[in-house]
Design a protein around this ligand. Structure first.
Ligand SMILES: Cc1ncc(COP(=O)(O)O)c(C=O)c1O
Length: 416
């Protein structure tokens, strides 16, 4: 017997880009260890960072705090002591004027965005309110999170050539329209998949637009400020009242603890906590307990600046040089400027096959990538550009990245 699924059930339970991605990546890392994993968003195994988490776990075992941590349910908005510590950290380290009333702990930023998008947008009385993504391409994980159809809309970027074989996406303010149905704007910074970092001007202009229309500007800092801090040009977006910032523990090497923090006005924090009680009862405690002392003594931000960011910078340069050597001038290609995050975003202008077909051919050759079209959503018109793009991760060991990139280049050249 097969029960009938509700409309919402079908939206969430049907196939989606993020589910295919997570299934493929999960299989690559477990049942197909011979697959070269240039697909996922997991952080690299950085020895110093892994040692940091091991040391913290030993300390929690030694001082007995592990028992308290595992035994108790926290309030749904997070451990009050952790919220206090995190607010103090943000004041001290980032200069944000926040208290614990501005902090909601959530069971991952993925679930925080699901709650936020459906809190702010969707059917509202007789109208439908929408989330605007002002700068496509944007994070694949948002694409299927709306509970009602038409809840997302998006704006195409201005594509600027910044150097030979290099482009940068800019917000196209000439095309960006904040109509009365727009409930909030959302940007990941650095952007997954492109590594784009908003300029200070773009950030200020988006903030001014959001303010003028009385809507929140949501910034997803999963890869950025204040940790893991993988932003190469030093940009540090400043939270201000009315904004909603998301900060995840995942990219400092802890995707397994499934914990993120939302920084927002108290009524948004309260709403998220209430929703979290319904959906999850409480958050996992482990991430908060692991992080707390490292926020107090600033170890975590120091690790970001001195270990994590340089690691990814070096990897990014390495991956770029391998790919550039393999592609040469044989096909028209460009990478997005490497401004942050963990990815290369490759555009092959005039690619004769779709990125989806390229993905399939690469998978047969045991290389996993993410085709670009998954990162274009909320659009009413066709957009060819992302069908010519791939997102490539360089967080796996160097020999895997090199082999993978050389096979990708070979397959692209063959397709012309
Ligand atoms: C931009 C962005 N936001 C949010 C997430 C979700 O992170 P998590 O749910 O692990 O906190 C990811 C994961 O890769 C991401 O790339």
């Amino acid at each position: 017997m097969r029960p009938t699924f509700s409309d919402i059930g079908q939206r969430l339970a049907g196939p989606s880009g993020i589910q295919e991605l997570m299934d493929d990546c999960g299989a690559a890392l477990t049942t197909h260890p011979d697959m070269r994993m240039l697909g996922g968003g997991q952080p690299a195994a950085i020895p110093e960072v892994q040692q940091l988490w091991r040391d913290r776990m030993h300390a929690m075992l030694d001082d007995g705090s592990i028992d308290r941590t595992l035994l108790n349910y926290d309030p749904p908005g997070g451990n009050p002591l952790f919220r206090e510590t995190f607010a103090a950290f943000l004041n001290r380290e980032c200069g944000w004027n926040v208290t614990r009333e501005n902090i909601a702990v959530m069971p991952s930023s993925q679930s925080a965005f699901f709650l936020l998008f459906n809190l702010l947008a969707g059917e509202t009385g007789t109208t439908r309110r929408r989330i605007l993504f002002p700068l496509l391409p944007e994070y694949i994980g948002y694409a299927n999170q709306a509970l009602s159809p038409g809840q997302f809309t998006a704006c195409l970027p201005r594509i600027v050539e910044t150097a030979p074989h290099e482009i940068k996406y800019h917000v196209d303010f000439d095309q960006l329209r904040i109509t009365p149905d727009i409930a909030a704007m959302c940007v990941s910074c650095p952007t997954n998949p492109t590594g784009n970092v908003l300029t200070q001007n773009e950030f200020d202009s988006l903030h001014a637009l959001a303010d003028a229309h009385g809507i929140p500007l949501i910034i997803d800092n999963a890869y950025g400020h204040p940790f893991p801090g993988v932003i190469h040009n030093g940009f540090q977006p400043k939270w201000q009242p009315g904004m909603i910032f998301s900060i995840s523990m995942s990219k400092v090497g802890l995707p397994g603890v499934r914990t993120a923090m939302i920084v927002a006005d108290p009524h948004i924090v309260k709403a998220l906590s209430n929703m979290n009680a319904i959906v999850s009862l409480a958050n996992g405690n482990l991430g908060q307990a692991l992080l707390m002392p490292l926020l107090k003594d600033d170890t975590l931000v120091r690790f970001g600046a001195s270990i994590i960011r340089p690691f990814y910078r070096e990897r990014s340069d390495f991956a770029k040089s391998v790919l550039a050597a393999a592609l040469g001038d044989r096909v028209p290609w460009a990478l997005h400027a490497q401004e942050g995050a963990f990815f290369l975003w490759l555009w092959v202008n005039g690619l004769p096959i779709s990125a989806a077909e390229l993905y399939r051919r690469l998978k047969e050759r045991k290389v996993l990538v993410i085709p670009g079209h998954y990162f274009a959503f909320g659009l009413e018109q066709d957009w060819r550009h992302p069908h010519e793009c791939l997102r490539l991760t360089y967080s796996q060991p160097e020999h895997i990245v090199r082999e993978g990139l050389e096979i990708i280049a070979d397959e692209i050249i063959r397709s012309f």
